[in-house]
Design a protein around this ligand. Sequence first.
Ligand code: CTP
Length: 408
Amino acid sequence: MRVVLGVGGGIAAYKAVLLLRLLREAGHAVRVVPTRTALQFVGRPTWEALSGEPVTSDLFEDVDQVAHVRVGREAELVVVAPATADLLARAAAGRADDLLTATLLVARCPVLMAPAMHTEMWEHPATVANVATLRARGVHVLDPDAGRLTGADTGPGRLPEPEAIAAAALALVAGPRHDLAGRHVVVSAGGTREPLDPVRFLGNRSSGRQGVALAAAARDRGARVTLVGAHLDVPAPAGVEHVAVGTAEELGTAVRAAAADADVVVMAAAVADFRPAEAVASKIKKGAGDDAPVVGLVRTPDVLAGLVADPPRAGQLVVGFAAETGDATGSVLDHGRAKARRKGAALLVLNEVGAGRGFGTSDNTVTLLDRTGEVVAGASGSKREVADAVLDAVVARLGPDGGVGAPH
Ligand code: CTP
């Protein structure tokens, strides 16, 4: 396999030397792409001698070979270690000011980044946001180890051990992870907005991150992916077909159209259950008195229920989501079980929300229920990890051939 090893400019660059050896010993061709600062820590001869390949940092070396495009295109796996705060920021911003960041923009293969920096930098909101952005795009960002840092300081920020990085990186491309090849997966994501008048709408707090992570995970597992996105806070992943929608009705139409030849439909979107009975053509005015207008609501079609009751393709596997809070009438699990039975989807991903959980965060904790309300799995971690756990359960329920599976 062709691996690109990106090396950021941090003291932990010396550990990337061991990582390079491990990848080489595992039989992979490794092209090392250090940043210019990384070469202050470990020099070019070391990388060239151990990789047996030329080493460049800048876009203007090897111009005749168009290295910034070729290196990324040929890569089957990109591992960045150490990923410094600056490198994470440049990658999150989509910069392409050196060979490594240009390679990251071009590459369509799995990408793993192993951060290393001082604790304050790792915990700074800018870095937290950059890591969340990268994860939402499907980049695998490892959490750094806690322990001794460069000086006397200790805390989270240490580069994970080279063996752990190599294992995590190779797991991304190994074995069963191409288990959705030949399948068409439709994912709805985000939150619908129902217009009230030309400037106002009824909406919800869904960011679309979990659905986008599902789309990226399905793509990486070999599926053709259609992402029906309603007002996503994060960009749609590269390599998936993105259909942008606004209202519940538009989402329903787009999902059904895409689902006509889909093996799997994952309804991760937060779809409005009600919309204003009429969207007023001109802006609603306060008027003179204190009277507030009364907005009449009507039900929107339940897209998930429609897919279960009248599947666009026989035997299609439908996955629903349920965002629940516990209340006086029952726990989150009680409500989830009842919804799983009511909705009848092959799988229901139960998500506890409220108190800072679920919406807009980069991590998630879910319980997967089957249509009888039985718990089939639990998952916790980044939205990408949760996405892979959901897809594991999906794959376990798909039929063995290239067609759709038998209904479960
Ligand atoms: N959903 C849908 N169409 C709607 C509303 C919801 O397809 N009009 C889907 C969502 O995408 C999600 C699942 O249904 O996969 C759960 O949505 P939720 O609103 O929690 O379910 P409800 O049955 O409306 O439950 P509640 O009584 O809690 O509102």
